[in-house]
Unconditional design. Sequence first.
Length: 356
Amino acid sequence: MTTLHDPNVRGFASDNYSGIHPEVLAAIAAANDGHQIAYGEDVYTARLQELMAQHFGDGVEAFPVFNGTGANVTGLQSMLPRWGAVIAASTAHINVDEGGAPERVGGMKLLTVPTEDGKLTPELIDREAWGWGDEHRAQPLVVAVTQSTELGTLYTPEELKAIADHAHSLGMHVHLDGARIANAAASLDLPLRAFTRDVGIDVLSFGGTKNGAMGAEAVVVLNPEAASGLVYLRKLNMQLSSKMRFVSAQLVALLDGDLWLRNARHSNAMAQRLRAGVEAGLADGSIRGVAFTQQTQANGVFATLPDGVADRLRESFRFYDWDAARNEVRWMCSFDTSETDIDAFVAAIARETTAG
């Protein structure tokens, strides 16, 4: 097939823009020969279960799915009765970027709390953690956190443990959206288990697509008492792959070794290089009017730009507005972002912020 795009084009809109890591692509090809039992009874899905146990501990169970929204909706559904509600940050992906799927498809109520950095605390949770036994109120039964958050910030293990302990004391369980869980582990320099199972997370969505996979996520049950019915809910939500070996093979390629960590460390490092480059430009006057709005702790950089600069920059580098009303943008780095890409973008920022 003729290549229809320019492979030299780079952008900073999303880590979903990147291609498939060559090792993941090779793993898909390696899984392709011959026949394997469909719907998850294949050797690649069995190997994935072993790897998840290595990373998260014995007794966990992984349910491969196609995408992050499917993982979040299916995982949360398994944790809730029909009258259940989920407490989440107002910036959470399940609230802002999933088209209403948790509520319309999952049938749950979202109870959202404003937060400046995308992170919940026990005190913030308490704003919505009330009304149990009140037949007029959806029952708060799950707290949902994201690691790393939608604002590129990180929870420490201690912060997550405080949330989980508080939620459990109130009879609630805790779900973690780990679309960028690898970036969190790389930044914290901790094993995956250290800020998930060991601190009391009950169920998580494990992300692979943003970290070099073609399209592979998983619902991972860390506490079997917190979830039920996933074997049925995955099919009900149209997330059961008949040729599951190809989904599992992608996650196996990431987890059976350190590819998941290498990719995440690289994308994080590129975000740090981008921020450092802009900071250096601000210091020497070659860049003007840029201000950072969040800490850069994973692979995303959040900043405000002078009027008109974002649109001019987008003529060469695609990225998204985060809050257009205040000229806030988000720049995301990927496993294949290069130092040359970063340096070219920083130069463009310098050019456009000093133009005229």
